[in-house]
Design a protein around this ligand. Sequence first.
Ligand code: PEP
Ligand code: MG
Length: 533
Amino acid sequence: MSAPLSLTGTPASPGYAEGPLFALGTALNRYEPKGSPDGERAALLTALDGASEALALLIADAVGEAAEMLEFQLAMVEDDALRAPALAAIDAGANAATAWQAALGEEIAGYEASEDDYFRARAADLADIRDRVLRDLTGSNQEASPPGAILTGDDITPSRFLQTDWTSGGGVALAGGSSASHVAMLARARGVPMVVGLGPVPAASGRTALLDAEHGGLALSADFPGVEAFRRAAAAFRSRRAGADAYLRKPAVTADGVSIRVQVNVADPSDVDTIDIASCDGVGLMRTEFLFGKPSGLPDEETQYGAYRKVLEWAGGKPVTIRTVDAGGDKPVPGFTVEEGNPFLGLRGIRLSLARPDIFRVQIRAILRAAVHGNAKVMFPMVAVPAEYAEAAVLFADEAAKLAATGVPHLLPPLGIMVEVPSVAVAPELFADAAFFSIGSNDLTQYVMAAARDNGRVASLNVVTNPAVLRLMSGVAAFAERSGIALSLCGDAGGDPASIPALLAAGLRDLSVVPAQLATAKASIAGLTIGSA
Ligand code: PEP
Ligand code: MG
């Protein structure tokens, strides 16, 4: 750990940056009133049309998360409900800029007050839309930051992040922000260091600062006596990353020769565009929720089929474990999930899919049809009792029979379960019908420790290496070994070098990790001595 810096916050994307501070300003108070409500109305509608066109152009060049974020923004810009309060304020005498700023301000405050991380994270997208339209109305351009700058402000909009040239380094230091935001995901994907929750950052544009996004800190170098220690920590971080990259193409083997399978977790089919299949043993978890949270509504069979087929073809014969939709809990899906007082203990995962067979059967057909294009496996989330597995398996068999009757090419893949509800981890022998198990350490930990995974106040209890959690995992591993059931682990702990020794000691030999952690997970496995299994 480097010495504490002057401001401390939460790391949202690891790394180090040393460069000039650049305060993100809006400079939006230069609006020239048009003199009549009709003129104001026309000015706002023209600016909204301009924003739609600009977003459509950006979408044409974007892929993956960036494209999804821009599509969300386009849907919002074109949404009549979003513009109605501003138009009403114009009719009541306000000018277009003031009316738009106030209307969006209220909307953003509503998103920020949400208890849900997803909606809080969308507040930055709305701020982005607000500023884009205001820039158009005021004719102001946002100044470009100097190369290698550390951008500071309350929050940064996703499009501002995407417009910034990060090739000379730099980083993001935010007074507010959230590590679950779109910008934080973009920063992690591009390796841009980012710290959130620093509190007020001095407005000192141009002054050199040090950003430690490994531990979460920001200092003005002139005030910071530990500058040499900071540079050593930054160099050590760079060489750890570069050293880990050397492991990427090699199979994962411990120092004493035990082979470990390392697969990847895929959250969006476009994730695989930047992964070399040779660097992993397959996909241990393909999340499918990304298909269900779109403003355009629930996905049809063809959309799902295309997404599953893309990843199966990319994997070229290596296994792809497609998880049926795990909506609910912290992943609400309008038109599918229900409002509940305690959603983590409610109708989520397989419970919800079984309660809505109309929606589940569409996903089942898409998976069965895509399965002919590779080595598919199917996994059910949140299974708590054997009857849920049996009921889901019947639905798969039933849809397969219907496809067979109509001559549609399809394949029934092996059906397995997530081990993430304690009832399964305590008595895995009740689930011996499942073709395989995959431990969901994120949920298993929150349910065993009674400490919600999204509540910072109980983060010190939500610890995957707690002996109770590890004992359950080693019981599952021992049962899987005895009964010849394949076992993997696909929770975040699998990619965390601090947790990997305990997971291997518990008997796990197959880990599925987020792509950005593939190299570091393999490097840390190579440094361990665990004794032959
Ligand atoms: C888990 O619970 O560990 C898991 C992998 O699933 P999710 O994080 O999507 O709930
Ligand atoms: Mg889970």
